[in-house]
Design a protein around this ligand. Structure first.
Ligand code: NIG
Ligand code: FE
Length: 413
């Protein structure tokens, strides 16, 4: 226990320099304290100060590349059941919206999630978390929104908290009570928002909520209903996020920006006004290529507009049973490049630095002294390899808060 030194490695710090968006350091050294869990020094090995050369615990990177631990900043990975039959229906021509309006979609997962015990949900969610961890993920966000009643929303958020006790991973929870109208509230959307506000207060008092989200959409909630939830979040002192402009342009992004939202997510239908408002508010655009792919969408998020306005871009799995039954953040890197034409550098910043910002976290997502010692050591030839190959999992060793964490894909070096 104590000071650690990693050498024989290269580092992508994710701290941009002119002409070097990833802040690459070849032949690098990394020093950290496994008690505080903090990085103490990151730089070229040739410049490593003499005292750090003799620290007691020394590790060899075998010429691999170190990145910050990856961050999956948008998931719904605590749920019961699955929806492969809907997938089949969609392939026969039914749309995601039609299935939702006919009582399937999110509501069918709500039924399965309500029936499941907390322990069942935990076992299933652990398997998903372990798949993400095996790809170098050290921080995830998990949304509720498949309970839609106090006891079931509490059950899901408590499972999310327990995941972080059972595995070396940090979990940020997001209350998404306004995800869909539960069956017992059909035709009473405003009345259900009253329920959402009451749930929010209780769950926040129980310490289960880190942020608040709404599904603002024709098949979700209106702008006015979204605003009521945001007002309640502000009253609780909680930051907001929004599922915005996924299937249509509802003007959700501009509303979210008025509440200084951490992020707006999906954004296929984002307007120039929405993008401008996000840029001014510092709201991150979280793109979800898995949902785009799986719903066979054709309208790509306005990447050129986001670049022009200077909106930071993050990427996430959106892991959920209906629109993205996927637990591979590496696959999202590939899809973001091929489907959305992000550059590999943008994609990599999207699962590190900008993903941290989308969660309001300033202590991770990059490698520099004073930040958390969350990192992934990959046996690859260059960080771009992570975007280039797909359906593969390069060997990786993961350090979480300064401690090596075994994954299904590698133990300590
Ligand atoms: O982010 N759009 C709303 N929520 C999820 C899908 C949820 C589901 O279909 O179960 C999403 O895509
Ligand atoms: Fe989502």
């Amino acid at each position: 226990m104590g000071l650690n030194l990693l050498t024989d490695c290269h580092v992508a710090t994710m701290r941009a320099r002119p002409d070097d968006p990833l802040g690459l350091i070849e032949q690098a050294a990394v020093v950290w304290d496994d008690e505080s869990g903090q990085l103490l020094w990151v730089g070229p090995v040739a410049e490593l100060p003499a005292p750090w050369r003799r620290v007691p615990l020394q590790h060899q990177g075998r010429g691999g590349w170190v990145t910050p631990g990856l961050i999956d900043c948008h998931t719904h990975l605590v749920y019961g059941g699955q929806r492969s039959q809907e997938f089949r229906q969609r392939l026969h021509g039914a749309s995601y919206e039609e299935i939702a309006r006919a009582g399937g979609g999110i509501v069918s997962t709500v039924r399965a999630t309500r029936q499941a015990s907390a322990d069942d949900l935990l076992v299933q969610a652990l398997a998903r978390v372990d798949q993400l961890r095996a790809e170098g993920v050290t921080t995830i966000e998990i949304k509720s929104g498949y309970g839609l009643q106090l006891e079931h929303e509490r059950k899901c958020l408590s499972v999310a908290r327990r995941l972080a006790q059972l595995r070396p991973i940090q979990v940020c929870t997001t209350f998404l009570g306004a995800h869909a109208l539960p069956p017992e509230r059909v035709g009473q959307a405003d009345g259900y928002i009253d329920d959402v506000l009451a749930m929010l207060v209780s769950l926040h008092e129980e310490g289960l909520v880190d942020a608040v989200d709404v599904f603002c959409e024709r098949i979700g909630f209106s702008l006015a209903q979204t605003q009521r939830v945001f007002e309640a979040a502000v009253a609780c002192g909680l930051p907001v996020k929004l599922h915005a402009e996924q299937l249509s342009d509802m003007g959700g992004a501009a509303l979210a920006a008025r509440y200084r939202a951490l992020s707006c997510d999906h954004l296929e239908w984002l307007s120039p006004e929405g993008a401008r408002a996000m840029a001014q508010a510092g709201t991150v655009a979280v793109l979800l290529p898995g949902a785009f792919y799986f719903l066979r969408e054709t309208r790509v998020p306005p990447i050129a507009l986001l670049r022009e306005m200077g909106v930071p871009i993050a990427l996430a799995t959106d892991s959920n049973p209906g629109s993205s039954p996927c637990t591979s953040l590496l696959l999202m890197l590939s899809m973001a490049c091929t489907l959305f034409q992000l550059t590999p550098e943008e994609a990599l910043l999207g699962v590190t630095h900008h993903a941290a910002t989308a969660l309001g976290l300033t202590d991770r997502g990059a490698l520099a002294s004073g930040l958390r010692a969350d990192l992934a050591l990959w046996q690859i030839t260059h960080p771009v390899d992570l975007c280039y190959s797909f359906g593969q999992r390069p060997p990786v060793q993961v350090l979480q808060a300064g401690r090596w964490a075994a994954t299904a894909n590698g133990g300590p070096p």
